[in-house]
Design a binder for this molecule. Structure first.
Ligand code: ATP
Ligand code: MG
Length: 209
């Protein structure tokens, strides 16, 4: 048998793969063993790419799968109800869902009206962030409330930091500022590589909303 024998070559590749996987497993196991802190996570999903809110709702699914209690507060309401919103409203009475009553701020063009709606919506968020029975709180599009200065940044940061230790919180939206980033445990910046909308493709049910 020569080295060119396909069977020998196959075995050699298998052995190499196994050795490499063993090395990788040892590394991963060591890193897992290093993570010893058991507490809820503060997560920021930001950036200009698509996938922030839908990712947050993916986490809602994960939490619900384990029978956890979930709160979702949406700070900006589009003209169209999103599929997640319809589903949670109709099929998930265990999810505390609250949506700011106003539309996009560039549609309402009413700063003082927006601010009072933001305050009212924040009160819902604050109550969830004090409730230890709630395992996951999603604050969808909250960053815009900071960017437009509709809500006090310090108040938001403190509520997130003082939440029950086992509770996780997910904030979505573009921007949000460095102070918010600083207090979060995980920050993902979703990059806009391309978006169908710019090729003239209309937003689709079940994909975009
Ligand atoms: P999704 O809810 O789909 O996860 P998102 O939360 O990351 O998106 P938002 O800024 O909240 O993004 O905007 C939501 C809507 O805008 C969706 O319909 C989405 O497809 C669209 N959108 C997101 N990013 C872009 C983009 N870069 N260009 C055009 N449209 C976008
Ligand atoms: Mg979003």
């Amino acid at each position: 048998m020569t080295d060119q024998d396909p069977h020998t070559e196959h075995t050699r590749k298998d052995d190499k793969h196994k050795a490499s996987m063993q090395k990788q497993k040892a590394k991963v196991d060591a890193r897992i063993a290093e993570a010893k802190t058991e507490r809820g996570i503060a997560l920021l999903l930001t950036g200009n790419g698509k996938g922030k809110s839908s990712s947050a709702f993916g986490m809602v699914m994960r939490a619900l799968g384990y029978g956890q209690r979930v709160g979702v507060v949406q700070f900006i309401k589009g003209a169209q109800l999103s599929g997640e919103e319809l589903y949670l409203r109709d099929h998930c009475p265990q999810v505390h869902f609250y949506q700011m009553g106003t539309g996009f701020t560039w549609n309402t063009q009413d700063r003082s009206g927006d601010i009072s709606a933001a305050e009212q919506t924040w009160a819902e968020a604050e109550a969830l962030l004090k409730n230890p029975d709630v395992a996951l709180v999603v604050l969808d599009e909250l960053t815009y409330m900071i960017a437009y200065q509709y809500l006090d940044e310090q108040r938001i940061l403190q509520a997130i930091q003082n939440r029950p230790s086992a509770q996780s919180v997910v904030v979505t939206g573009r921007g949000g500022g460095s102070a918010l980033q600083d207090i979060m445990d995980t920050v993902s910046d979703v990059k806009d590589v391309k978006h169908a909308f710019r090729a003239g493709i209309k937003a689709r049910q079940g994909v975009d909303y």
